[in-house]
Design a protein around this ligand. Structure first.
Ligand code: MG
Ligand code: ZN
Length: 178
């Protein structure tokens, strides 16, 4: 009994990593107002599908609007809390939201902005993730590059325009994935 429990606890979790803008909400430049959020079709179904299979859901997002002075860390935090609540109402737990508030032109180089893998690697350490069995969905090649650099096994580019990518799969709609 005790041994069994220890075995379960020792198993690393896998994650569904999601970019935010263009994957969770419809892309809108420098989004920070709750009333301007429109969820991407299928995002709740997708998350429920992976959550049921034991994936932790973790958001990794570049937020250069903070570096640019378009909105503040506090604005971002408020939108994030609202978004987590909206998912909770759909029965979905967003375990963590990692953000890079920098931009090289405004705040200099940083370690976290995608395509760098730091946000993903921080999550891997904090949640003890099995990256090879994790999945990332992004709408930009830099999301894919960050995931590849972090050792994420499966990468999906959500795009109706792009024809070639380092991603393991390109889909035009989230419904292709659940
Ligand atoms: Mg995006
Ligand atoms: Zn950064």
């Amino acid at each position: 009994m005790t041994l069994l429990k220890e075995c379960v606890l020792a198993t690393a979790s896998k994650a569904l990593f999601l970019d935010r803008d263009g994957v969770i909400n419809v892309e809108k430049e420098y989004l920070y107002k709750i009333e301007e959020v429109a969820f991407v079709t299928g995002i709740f179904e997708l998350c429920r599908h992976y959550q049921q299979q034991g994936y932790l859901i973790i958001i990794v997002t570049n937020q250069s609007g903070i570096a640019r002075g378009m909105y503040t860390e506090e604005d971002f935090a408020q939108l994030s809390a609202w978004m987590q609540e909206a998912f909770a109402k759909e029965g979905i737990t967003i375990s963590a939201i990692y953000n890079c508030p920098h931009h090289p032109d405004f705040t200099g180089d940083c370690a976290c902005r995608k395509p760098k893998p730091k946000m993903l690697l921080d999550a891997a350490r904090q949640y003890g993730l099995d990256m090879a069995h994790s999945l990332l969905i992004g709408d930009s090649e830099r999301d894919i590059e960050a995931a590849v650099a972090a050792g994420v096994g499966e990468t999906v580019l959500l795009s109706s325009r792009v024809k070639s990518s380092k991603a393991t799969r390109i889909v035009t709609e989230l419904s292709c994935l659940y």
